[in-house]
Ligand binder design. Structure first.
Ligand code: GAP
Length: 517
């Protein structure tokens, strides 16, 4: 199955099993806006909690806030969003579709690099054990030709972005013969800048002065509260402020399901450090955040860093953590060393000092900031796409049967244990209910007595429930149940009284968090 087919199936599965619905579904949905269903909201909450506990419980010097979505318009002037939070857009005159010029070029570069990978794979197959990849990359004429072209385009692209040269971006698209995927033509308009912030009016008078914005990032709520938090929580540098919440961007090219949305949620942390120490802390957070991802994704090859070639004018280091989504490696989190840019700008625009007084040295300074910024919805997509498997497994009679299973880390699973009476009679539902009441306050449980046990197992597999507990005739005799493991499908017999302890060990977030201590 191709990755694209897999992605389509995943999207259908997410809808069918109550994870994600298109927004306003009965009106045929809305582009790039989605609603989370009963299982989706549980998974999303669990991811958010895991991030929050990682930040605030494992780091005594990180505290949280929850700032408002609406902020004073001057905030966005100071941050640079009003003037420069733009995407370069280009339209195809035949399909009338709009694209991000930078993405068209990046996709072109990615495609060319894909060609090199293909050449490598072909040669590795041909030469077997004697294949020397480095030598091949340095000497193969076809590879060298592609590489030369990619490097040239890449250099031109970076320069054009740096100089905000929209004409040159268009020229690169023409020179690379990039065609519209829908019309197939190269009939492009000029490239124009488009601001991504959604605006609305405060109060009833629609004048420029009353225009306010839906925040495009949660970070500014942290910056403007820097002194409030530092003073009230008596924080000493280095310290961090964490926040999760909605952000809004008028993404023009919003594709790929919940990867790029117009309304989404961010989980951001700003770490305030002494100037001069920022690169040390940048490395620290780069490493820490990768460890967090690896605690959920066992397959290391699925994650990688992508250091930025082109740094924003306020940054002195930046990297993305990328995950191999069905559509290829894409950013899931950004780690940025933002210098003192934001605090200085707010100092300038508000007229309020944004300095920290260091009681040990007697110095006052504007701190530097390391930011970790991850999209919760994107992390959700990561978990879902990594978890989705189609397998052939033996059914009750030992015959092969298809199953779709979500191998979600147990601590994040929407339902952590399903309680299933083998049959709907003979006192089995009653004892199953007793188990439900015993467990449900600690471990999120679902009780299900409808359909055959095989079908119920498949239903739980499809929503990623890591454990199924089944009551049967023997339960009535010796108060034992079967405990079925989602991934291995193995069943063991355990005493009812042992279940709370066993499940706590297997599904609690504590275990994940403890691995960092
Ligand atoms: N404060 C820094 C900041 O907002 P960003 O790279 O623009 O940086 C950070 O966004 C993260 O937010 C991204 O790595 C991504 O996970 C998520 N994100 C950004 N735009 C998004 C969108 N349109 N839909 C879903 N997630 C998005």
């Amino acid at each position: 199955m191709s990755q694209q087919d897999m992605f389509k199936k995943l999207i259908a599965h997410a809808k069918e099993y109550g994870f994600i619905f298109p927004s306003s579904d009965i009106y045929d949905g809305m582009g790039a806006v989605y609603d989370y269903g009963p299982y989706g909201v549980e998974l999303k909450n669990n991811i958010r909690t895991y991030w929050w506990h990682f930040m605030t419980r494992l780091h005594e010097n990180i505290v949280g806030i929850d700032s408002a979505i609406f902020m004073h318009p001057a905030v966005w002037k100071a941050s640079g969003h009003t003037d420069a939070f733009n995407d370069p857009l280009i339209d195809n005159k035949d399909s009338k579709k709009r694209y991000r010029a930078d993405q068209l070029i990046e996709e072109y570069i990615e495609k060319q690099e894909g060609k090199i990978d293909k050449e490598v794979k072909k040669a590795a197959k041909r030469f077997g054990d004697s294949f020397d990849k480095d030598m091949f990359l340095k000497t193969n004429p076809r590879v060298l030709k592609i590489k030369e072209k990619v490097d040239e385009v890449h250099q031109r692209y970076l320069k054009a972005l740096d100089e905000n040269n929209l004409g040159e971006l268009r020229q690169i698209i023409l020179d690379c013969e990039i065609a519209d995927p829908i019309s197939g033509t190269r009939n492009w308009t000029d490239v124009r800048q488009f601001n991504l912030m959604f605006s609305t009016q405060l109060g009833s008078v629609s004048e420029e002065a009353n225009t306010i914005y839906l925040r495009p990032e949660t970070a500014q709520g942290i910056f403007v509260n820097f002194l409030n938090v530092q003073k009230t929580a008596r924080m000493k540098i280095p310290f961090g402020i964490a926040q999760t919440g909605k952000a809004f961007r008028n993404e023009i090219v919003a594709r790929q399901f919940i990867f790029r949305m117009r309304e989404f949620e961010q989980m951001e942390m700003q770490y305030f450090v002494k100037p001069g120490e920022e690169l040390k802390w940048f490395e620290y957070w780069k490493e820490k955040r990768m460890q967090w991802h690896l605690s959920l994704v066992a397959d290391q090859d699925k994650l990688r860093y992508h250091d930025h070639d082109k740094l924003a004018h306020y940054a002195n280091a930046a990297t993305d953590i990328e995950f191999e989504f069905p559509m290829g490696f894409r950013e899931v989190e950004g780690i940025h060393s933002r210098t003192d840019f934001d605090l200085l700008r707010h100092q300038e625009f508000s007229g309020k000092k944004m300095q920290y007084y260091d009681p040990e040295t007697g110095e006052s300074y504007v701190p530097y900031v390391i930011e970790t910024s991850i999209g919760l919805d994107r992390m959700f997509l990561l978990i879902l796409s990594y978890a989705y498997r189609e397998e052939k497994v033996p059914n009750a009679e030992g015959k092969p049967e298809d199953r779709v299973v979500l191998k979600i880390p147990p601590a994040l699973a929407p339902v952590q244990a399903a309680i299933l009476p083998l049959v709907k009679k003979d006192g089995l539902p009653e004892i199953a209910r007793e188990i439900f009441d015993l467990l449900n306050l600690d471990v999120y449980c679902q009780y299900d007595e409808k359909d055959s046990i095989g079908r119920r197992y498949r239903r739980q597999d499809a929503i990623g429930t890591p454990y199924c507990i089944t009551t049967d005739q023997q339960t009535l005799e010796d108060r034992t149940v079967t405990l079925r493991d989602r991934d291995s499908m193995e069943q063991i017999r355990v005493k009812i009284e042992e279940l709370p302890g066993i499940l706590k060990e297997k599904v609690s977030m504590r275990k994940l968090l403890q691995s960092f201590i």
